[in-house]
Design a binder for this molecule. Sequence first.
Ligand code: GDP
Ligand code: IMO
Ligand code: MG
Length: 432
Amino acid sequence: MATRVLIGGQWGDEGKGKIVDVLTEDAQLIARFQGGNNAGHTVEIGEKKFVLHLIPSGILREGKVCILGNGVVVDPLGLIEEILEVQSRGVETSGRFFVSERAHMVFPYHCRQDAGAENLAAESEKIGTTRRGIGPAYMDKADRKGLRVGDLLAPDLKSLLREKLARRNVRLEALGVESLDIEAVVAQYVDAATFLKPYIADTVTMLNDAIAGGQKVLFEGAQGTMLDIDHGSYPFVTSSNATAGGACTGTGVPPQRIEEVVGVCKAYTTRVGEGPFPTELHDETGARIAEIGAEFGATTGRPRRCGWFDAVVGRYAVMVNGIDWWALTKMDVLDSFETINISIGYELDGEHIQHMPARIEDFSRCVPVYEELPGWHCSTKDVKRYEDLPNAAKAYIDRLEELTGARVGIVSVGPRRSETMFRDVPRETASV
Ligand code: GDP
Ligand code: IMO
Ligand code: MG
């Protein structure tokens, strides 16, 4: 498989980081295509735990080349911090990590604008953003007012920055937010330019040349289908296309070059931030899932809301992403549950529906229709082969496949590489 796009099938935090790390073994290049450091991708290798926000999770495997595509919004200061952090833990970045010159930059005024807008919003309109400036950075991009990573190489960088910052200060004042010390920010970004210069590249050509030369590319999605700006639970979404189509627009690789789409989903559902979540559990069962699954946000530390698997979401994700197969994570978290529910449809104003309503007012009135399945009441943590899973766990997986319309190719029963089962996924290498 030369090109594989990996995306989240739910509301983010599905375990994409872990699965990317596992699948990186089969790839030479790994590219992020959207989002920014609102993402938090966790990879556990032995006793070491890494949480990556911008750098693709592939960086943790020696020799792999990692790219931030044009669709990503890059906070240069956050990125430098992350580069230094991984370097301090023995990861080489020079010569194997590149940032698109076309990627837009996040500035401190975006972060302040993000926080200011959230603070000002009425309770019902708060999105619960990560406050990383993501929405305002994409606003500037769409408004054609942004600065891009390539601008860090401009000879007149200082004056470019001064001009932008002065205009943004006016916007911050209108929001009642403290304005920025322009010269301090200019100095930070001039230093950042020096640091990042060797990493800035024409990643569009790099990726297309690599594919033409037969190299294998893995595209690493951030967030998830239900957080996609077009297809998610708008307006409670992020500001980019987290679905598979984003891999093309966000890297400059044409659609004919995409060979496979992998969806990552948890065996249950979580959501962090505001917005409707039909299968959310407000009871002891939800609290138990949160506790066993250690469901706290990797970026903000906020507790994640937990609920049962929603097959309406799963089916919808298969449709809008063209998911070829699922990587099903956190199966082990359900080990001790007596029974397990799956939402097979919704009840909306007395009608049974199977589709995803577009209007948030409708989606928020959807009541899940559950099918109850027996639990397996034993630990799956040490199971190494799919065939050795308990029958009830296999029956649960069979039902998820039937309801969502895509096969489960990987089952994950722990955060580590070794806690991964492959079914009939085409793999060039035999072991994880
Ligand atoms: P991402 O944003 O999709 O990369 O997911 P996060 O890293 O934010 O959250 C997933 C969390 O679940 C991380 O702490 C992972 O280490 C952990 N994890 C991943 N797969 C499994 C699994 O199969 N079982 C368990 N128990 N934890 C997992
Ligand atoms: P990964 O890649 C889960 C959520 C925020 C908020 C909404 C908008 O780790 O799966 P934003 O800061 O993007 O404007 O916030 O999206 N959100 C995520 N939730 N996982 C993520 O990324 C997320 N990135 C953003 O909580 O509800
Ligand atoms: Mg995450």
